[in-house]
Design a protein around this ligand. Structure first.
Ligand SMILES: [Zn+2]
Length: 131
């Protein structure tokens, strides 16, 4: 849960930065993700720490499911970003191709590869859908 991570910890998204200067402020709502990749990383971190609220506010209202939950049986281990297109500070949309590695409660390891699309609404990046 969100309380178990501190600002000095390495950020779960794998950027190499500390949580307090990486995804932490984005999840807390005190800083906007500057790029689509940064938003995607913050959503991965939200899955890691169970921050359903951040998943909701960073999801386009047209495609957001009514009910959002984080599966407590899945532990995310590692995020690998393969490629990005667009999604920069001067773009209106972007895509991020990534793999999230995870382990289930029963010890099964898996990975989820996704090419996610993002758009910018009122200057704020939001997740739209998996392509
Ligand atoms: Zn991060």
């Amino acid at each position: 849960m969100a309380g178990t991570i501190s600002d000095a910890d390495r950020c779960p998204c794998g950027s190499g930065d500390r949580y307090g200067t990486c995804c932490g402020p984005v999840l807390a709502g005190t800083r906007r993700a500057p790029t689509a990749e940064a938003l995607m990383r913050s959503r991965y971190t939200a899955f890691c720490v169970g921050d359903v609220n951040h998943l909701r506010v960073s999801w386009h209202s047209d495609t957001r499911p009514d009910e959002l939950t984080v599966d407590p049986d899945i532990r995310f281990l590692r995020l690998v970003v393969h490629d990005t297109s667009g999604g920069g500070p001067f773009d209106a949309s972007g895509q991020v191709d990534f793999t999230a590695h995870y382990r289930t409660e029963s010890g099964h390891r898996g990975e989820q590869r996704e090419n996610s699309s993002f758009t910018r609404l009122d200057g704020r990046w939001v997740y739209v859908a998996a392509l």
